[in-house]
Design a binder for this molecule. Structure first.
Ligand SMILES: NC(=O)c1ccc[n+]([C@@H]2O[C@H](COP(=O)([O-])OP(=O)(O)OC[C@H]3O[C@@H](n4cnc5c(N)ncnc54)[C@H](OP(=O)(O)O)[C@@H]3O)[C@@H](O)[C@H]2O)c1
Length: 448
């Protein structure tokens, strides 16, 4: 790395004031984790698309800043499932998104490179703002919301996620979270919760925001007090926040997990109704996808635990579970879905949908307002980070591999510029009030 990188990084780490940060020259290059265009075919025919083969760490050029953009010195980042998708080049290589983006010309052309810096969750310090940025300045401590929204597009005025040029940062764009610096739109910035460490702050925005929109926001299931909510993958990235949101909203979460250890973790999170899917035949093989027998057993297991059917089913597993989700939702109930980890083509028995007047809601990410509202719940200490473990930067690929193999729980963090864990807390009093033990719910647990 160049000396300029060190100078700016040192200024950030020493808490330099805005003027000092702006006076530091930008580095020509920075350390990042990236995919290479030339690797797009390496998994052809491979049984195990091991992401450690496709994720590389090295220096990349610092991109030029557009007027509505901000350069952030990244202190910590976190793995999301979308990095598994991009690093396995599935369902399509994300280099295609970069090429499509570049077709718009202008500043968008910068994104189409032979490498893609990946990652969609980060916390850090603003070091430069573009000339058109109004609400942020150098030195601000921020977390980054992944949706890149074109606010000049009319749909965005109704709901940012309805903007036809809405993109996921570090997945459908370049210059993502896994680097010492990241390039983002000003409309992605959210204030860092002052009581959290850098790595705790970095892991929430994507999954918490998505779960917030699915369950609480105006565009999702809009749960209310007393609602029974079935949550697949209840200790996973999304599920860990979904459980907390349902509990805080006065609902009754029924968490599905894949092991006894994760069942114990769920109990620790305050979820009293737990189903181990392995015991009901919902294995990873997929046979349960079309098995009405398995669906019925799941329905019975839920009734046995709570005495009634779910008002809402929180879906993201896809093909293996979608039929069951439609089946077990109560008359007039809702299946809200944002993903399909086990396959995009779902089968379900439509009689159970139409005859019982159920609804399916598609959901994606969170608009800016929802991201800010979800972050507010963190700031109030109502929701705690689901961070389970943290890796040094050189192990980004190893961290992503854990998510690929489902050997993780909650969120897996990565340190970027932060030299060690535990830094970045500006409000120790609030931290004490929220409680160290609650903040460490996912840390040091057997399933993590
Ligand atoms: N559209 C959006 O905005 C958006 C946002 C975030 C995530 N997503 C998508 O949502 C999905 C989940 O994301 P995540 O961050 O929660 O991932 P994650 O951290 O890997 O958690 C997923 C959970 O799913 C469960 N699971 C895995 N295989 C399963 C199977 N065969 N049957 C039932 N459950 C299974 C696992 O729990 P157990 O093994 O304990 O059951 C795991 O904890 C991904 O496909 C991701 O791309 C979409």
């Amino acid at each position: 790395m160049s000396n300029a990188v060190s100078a700016l990084s040192e200024a950030v780490l020493s808490g330099a004031d805005p003027g000092e940060l702006e006076a530091c020259p930008l580095p020509d290059t920075y350390r990042a984790a990236f995919l290479r265009r030339e690797d797009q075919e390496i998994f052809t025919g491979a049984k195990d698309k091991d992401v450690r083969r496709s994720i590389h760490v090295g220096d990349v050029p610092t991109p030029e800043l557009a007027p509505d953009e901000v350069l952030v010195a990244v202190m910590a980042a976190a793995v999301n499932y979308n990095t598994v998708w991009s690093a396995t080049f599935e369902p399509v290589p994300t280099f295609r998104f970069l090429r499509d983006l570049a077709r718009h010309g202008g500043w968008d052309a910068r994104h189409d490179r032979d490498y893609q810096v990946i990652g969609s969750d980060a916390a850090g310090v603003v070091v430069r703002v573009g000339a058109a940025v109004r609400h942020w300045k150098a030195g601000d401590k921020v977390v980054i919301a992944p949706p890149v929204i074109d606010e000049q597009e009319s749909g965005a005025q109704q709901d940012g996620m309805l903007s036809s040029r809405q993109l996921a940062w570090g997945f459908e764009t370049n210059f993502g979270a896994f680097g010492d610096y990241a390039l983002v739109r000003a409309t992605q910035l959210v204030r860092k919760p002052a009581h959290l460490t850098w790595e705790e702050a970095a892991c929430n925005t994507l999954c918490l925001g998505t779960a917030y929109r699915m369950l609480i926001g105006d565009h999702g299931a809009r749960i209310k007090m007393g609602d029974v909510v079935l949550i697949w993958g209840a200790t996973g990235g999304l599920g860990a926040y979904a459980v907390q949101l349902v509990l805080r909203a006065g609902g009754i979460p029924v968490g599905v997990v894949g092991s006894a250890d994760k069942a114990d973790l769920l109990d620790r999170l305050g979820c009293r109704h737990v189903i181990n899917r392995q015991e009901l035949g919902f294995t990873d093989g997929g046979a349960e996808a079309d098995s009405t027998q398995a669906w019925r057993e799941l329905g019975s297991a839920i009734r046995k635990r709570v005495g009634e059917d779910p008002h809402v089913v929180f879906e993201h597993v896809g093909r293996n579970t979608f039929g069951a989700s439609v089946f077990v939702a109560r008359r007039g109930g809702v299946v809200v879905t944002c993903g399909s980890s086990t396959g995009y083509t779902h089968q379900y028995d439509n009689r159970y949908l139409w005859m019982k007047l159920k609804r399916v809601i598609g959901s994606h990410g969170a608009n800016y307002h929802e991201s800010v509202e979800a972050n507010r719940l963190l700031e109030l200490g109502l929701i705690v980070p689901a961070l389970s473990r943290v890796h040094p930067f050189e192990q980004v690929a190893e961290a992503t591999r854990a998510v690929q193999l489902n050997t993780h729980a909650g969120k897996v963090g990565v340190l970027c510029l932060a030299p060690r864990e535990g830094l970045g807390v500006d409000d120790p009093l609030l931290r004490e009030q929220v409680g160290e033990e609650r903040l460490r719910t996912f840390r040091d647990h057997a399933s993590c």
